[in-house]
Design a protein around this ligand. Sequence first.
Ligand SMILES: [Mn+2]
Length: 241
Amino acid sequence: MNVAILSDIHGNIHALNAVISDIKSLNISEIVFLGDLVINGPSPSEVFQELRNLKPICWIKGNTDTWFAEINDEWSPTTEQEEKLYNLFIFARNYLTKESIEFLLKRPEKCVFETAGVAILALHGSPRSISEGIGKNITQNELKGIFSDIEESVIVSGHSHVPFIGKVANKFIFNVGSIGMSLDDDNRASYGIIKIKNEIPECSIRRIAYPISKTLSIAQNRDFPDLKNYKKKLNEARSSP
Ligand SMILES: [Mn+2]
């Protein structure tokens, strides 16, 4: 039983399609999605449709998915940063139906699934926050605290856009990175595969090259906000700003 763990697609259909082709070439039985689907990329409706077709056994919300509940018509940006996020939000909203947005908002914030008898906890960020990415910036001691109340022995997460595989107090922690916008100096899409062998999970990261220029040309045709910055992010996948 191999499970593919997908996260942080961020409206990038070419990255998602490349990952789907890779999944089809492997012996994958189930798909899990960890959130951040439509905002911050030029193809919100396409990625929504594609992901629905994949029928994930587990599909949770990310912090940018919750913007659809947090931002309403009375809200207006007050800082330059808020203005940027607001433009990304409006762009995505313009490409989605009301039904799709309602569907996204109905996703849970976490989910437990089982594969080969092993229970796995799926989160977008960390057990204490949807917006906290788990990675090597967190000390082993801190990780122990963060995961101390968790029963499951395997935890999968995303959010940071930087893949990470760690182990703390007999728990396997697996951040699968981002499909649509890697930020670890490697501009390929990133996703994870979990294989259970004799009840021991084997976690691996797949890195998949995709035609970035095609994603950028859709962005240009659709007048995607702050295109120059988006282009730089996709191409350079810079780990620091
Ligand atoms: Mn996120």
